[in-house]
Write a protein that binds this ligand. Structure first.
Ligand code: DTR
Ligand code: ZN
Ligand code: ZN
Length: 435
C-alpha cells in the first residue's frame, strides 16, 4: 500500500487540470486551460541523433554501458545542458565491473516540493548505435530541456530531466537513482515521464496507461493532432518508469513500438506496414539514423514539450489528501466470477467523507460487460459502474462516493465482474483518497 501525494485525474476533453494533486482534483477552471509550449524542432532533435551516431561510430559502433561510447554520449548531453544553464549532476554506479553514469539536470526555479521529471535511457545495446533505442527519447528530452532554457520558462513546479545508464542490462541506472533517492525526495516527484523508443520507423502511437492525469495529457495532445493512440499495455516493467512506479510515483510516457508486429488495424489507423515490426532494427546494428520515422519523432517530441509545460504550470495548490492505493494487476475472468482489489485504510479518524475519491483504473476492451462496485469494510456495496459504455475501452475514472456512513479504517474492496463473453481485461489500480 502506498501513501503519497499523487496526481489525480480530472481532465476535461479540451481543458487540462495542471498537475492537481491527491483527492478529488478540481475540474480545470477557465484560467487553467492548456498552455502551448514552443514547437520542438525535429531538425534539432535529428541533429542530436546525428551527433550520437558520430559518437557511436567513433567508439566501436555502440554507446553501451561500460564502453567509451556511453561516457562520450553522457559528456555530449551534459555539455549542452551546462551551456544552457542547467544544474547538472553526474551520478556514478558500478555494474558488471564497469562504471555507469546517470545524468540528472535540474532547471533552476519552481517549487522544489513539486518536481516534474522526464527521463530516457541513453545507453544502447552493444550490437549497434541505438539511435531509436534510445537516442530518440534522449534527444527529444534534450531538445525539450534546451527549449525550456531558450524560453526561460519559469513554471510553478520544478523541472528535472534524467538520462539513464545501463537500461539495457535491466533498468540498472534508473533503479540506482530511485533506490538512492531518500523517501522525502521521492515524495516530491509529482510525476515521472518516460520516453524510450519514440521514433520507430514503422511507428505506433502508444501512451502509457499509468497515472490518469499524465495519460490524459498525452491523449489530449494527440487528439488535437487527430492522431489516434493506443494504451501501452506490455510495457509494465519494460523501461525506466518501472522503478519510479514501484515506489508509488505517478508515471507516464510514450512509445512508438519495438519488435512487436503492427497489425492491419493499426496500419489502417496509423499508416505504415502491417505484418512488419514497429522497429525491425530493434537491438540491431541497423538501429542508425536511417532507422527513424521523422513524423513520429516530431509528434512525440512536441507531445513531450506539451506535457512538460502543462504538468508543471498552473497555480493549483495541491489539496491535502491521504491516498491508499493498490496497483497490483488483477485479471478479470471473461463472463466469470467477480474479482477484487483491496486497500487497507488505517490512521483515518472517524467515518469516511461525503466526497471519498475512488480512483478506478481497469484495462478492458468492452466496458459494457462490467459491473464495478466499491465494498466498504462492513460489506456495504456502492455501485460505481453497471454495464454502461458499450464497446468503449478501459475505465479510467475517479468516482466521488458519499461514504459518510462508513467507518473509514478497515479493508475496502473494488469488486469487478465481467458479465458477457469475448472481451477481457484486468484491474490496473484501485485508489482511495481521503481529502
Ligand atoms: N525495454 C525497452 C524497449 C521496450 C520494449 N517494450 C517496451 C514498452 C515500453 C517502453 C519500452 C519498451 C528497451 O529495449 O530499451
Ligand atoms: Zn533496448
Ligand atoms: Zn530502450
Amino acid at each position: 500500500m502506498k501513501l503519497s501525494a499523487r496526481l489525480s485525474a480530472a481532465v476535461g476533453a479540451s481543458a487540462l487540470v495542471l498537475g492537481a494533486f491527491a483527492g478529488a482534483a478540481p475540474v480545470a477552471s477557465a484560467s487553467e486551460q492548456a498552455v502551448t509550449p514552443p514547437d520542438i524542432s525535429v531538425a534539432n532533435v535529428k541533429q542530436h541523433l546525428t551527433d550520437l551516431q558520430s559518437i557511436a561510430t567513433a567508439n566501436g559502433g555502440n554507446r553501451a554501458h561500460g564502453r567509451t561510447g556511453y561516457k562520450a554520449s553522457i559528456d555530449f548531453v551534459k555539455g549542452k545542458l551546462d551551456a544552457a544553464g542547467y544544474t547538472t549532476t553526474l551520478q556514478t554506479f558500478t555494474y558488471n565491473g564497469a562504471t555507469g553514469y546517470n545524468l540528472i539536470a535540474d532547471w533552476p526555479g519552481g517549487d522544489p516540493n513539486q518536481v516534474v521529471m522526464s527521463g530516457s535511457h541513453l545507453d544502447s545495446v552493444t550490437a549497434g548505435p541505438g539511435i531509436n533505442d534510445n537516442g530518440s527519447g534522449s534527444a527529444a528530452i534534450l531538445e525539450t530541456a534546451l527549449a525550456v532554457s531558450r524560453a526561460q520558462f519559469q513554471p510553478t513546479k520544478h523541472l528535472r530531466f534524467g538520462w539513464w545508464g545501463a537500461e539495457e542490462l535491466g533498468l540498472v541506472g534508473s533503479k540506482y537513482y530511485v533506490n538512492n533517492l531518500p523517501a522525502a525526495e521521492r515524495s516530491k516527484i509529482s510525476g515521472y515521464l518516460n520516453f524510450d523508443m519514440i521514433g520507430s520507423p514503422n511507428p505506433g502511437y502508444f501512451v502509457y496507461d499509468d497515472d490518469p492525469t499524465i495519460e490524459q495529457t498525452f491523449k489530449t495532445y494527440f487528439a488535437g493532432l487527430g492522431v489516434p493512440t493506443e494504451i501501452e499495455t506490455e510495457g509494465d516493467g519494460r523501461s525506466d518508469h518501472a522503478p519510479f512506479k514501484n515506489v508509488g510515483i505517478p508515471v507516464g510516457g510514450l512509445f512508438s513500438g519495438a519488435d512487436y508486429t503492427k497489425t492491419a488495424a493499426q496500419a489502417q489507423k496509423w499508416g505504415g506496414t502491417s505484418g512488419q515490426a514497429f522497429d525491425r532494427c530493434y537491438h540491431s546494428s541497423c538501429d542508425t539514423t536511417a532507422n527513424i520515422n521523422d513524423t513520429a519523432l516530431d509528434r512525440n517530441a512536441d507531445a513531450i514539450a506539451y506535457a512538460v509545460w502543462n504538468l508543471s504550470s498552473g497555480s493549483t495548490t495541491p489539496p491535502t489528501g491521504t491516498v491508499f492505493e493498490n496497483t497490483a494487476d488483477v485479471s478479470v475472468p471473461d463472463n466469470g466470477a467477480a474479482v477484487t482489489s483491496s486497500v487497507t485504510v488505517s490512521g483515518v479518524t472517524g467515518n469516511a467523507p461525503t466526497n471519498l475519491a475512488v480512483g478506478v483504473n481497469i484495462v478492458h476492451t468492452y466496458i459494457g460487460d462490467l459491473v464495478v462496485d466499491l465494498i466498504a469494510p462492513d460489506g456495504s456495496v456502492y455501485n460505481l459502474h453497471n454495464r454502461t459504455g458499450g464497446s468503449a475501452d478501459n475505465i479510467n475514472q475517479t468516482y466521488t462516493v458519499n461514504a459518510s456512513s462508513e467507518v473509514a479504517n478497515g479493508v475496502w474492496k473494488l469488486r469487478v465482474q465481467d458479465k458477457a463473453s469475448v472481451d477481457t481485461g484486468y484491474i490496473n489500480s484501485f485508489k482511495l483518497t481521503f481529502p
